[in-house]
Design a protein around this ligand. Sequence first.
Ligand SMILES: [Zn+2]
Ligand SMILES: [Zn+2]
Length: 207
Amino acid sequence: MQMLVALVGAFVLGAVGWTLLEYGLHRFVFHGKSATRLGAREHRQHHAQVDYFAPWWQKALAASAVTAVALPLAIGVSGTAPGLSFTAGFIGMYLSYEVLHRLAHTRPPRGAYGRWRRRNHFAHHFADPRRAMGVTSPFWDHVFGTTLDAARVRVPRRLAMPWLVDANGEIWPAHADDYELVGTAFDDERTRAADTEAAMHNRSPST
Ligand SMILES: [Zn+2]
Ligand SMILES: [Zn+2]
């Protein structure tokens, strides 16, 4: 019984550990001072061009590298079984983050958590990329004072998520409480260059 509690505890600790890394990486690396550092370039491209995601092989490589460091460390600290359980929680939460982030961009919300996650994340994208760093939870944003009031998110029309708008490019009524569309859908090399410039400097895209 004691072992089971230790294993579950280690798993939960691993999952919470990931959320702290998720926050730290997003704030200090992806939106850190250097726009060219590994991860920062890809993430800022994701901000400039919201349907861009870093390739899976890069993510798999990063996950393997983190596991290679975290697993022996966790086993060294707590023993084989709890160490494995901690790492499983950590990697499991990391994979959940990847899936939840992707779904936020590609699918409409279902349920209160999905609705919160999208509103929070798109406020990060479109209102202030220096706040609302947590994608899966607001916990560390509360701890470190970087929450963002995401009551109603102003989405530049040219960058609107596909699930937000109908075939005419107008917002679905179901989402009108959470989002409003601003600007025009016009998109060319100049607007793309301006969006890239803004993303590189951690500014929200112009409306
Ligand atoms: Zn995103
Ligand atoms: Zn970001």
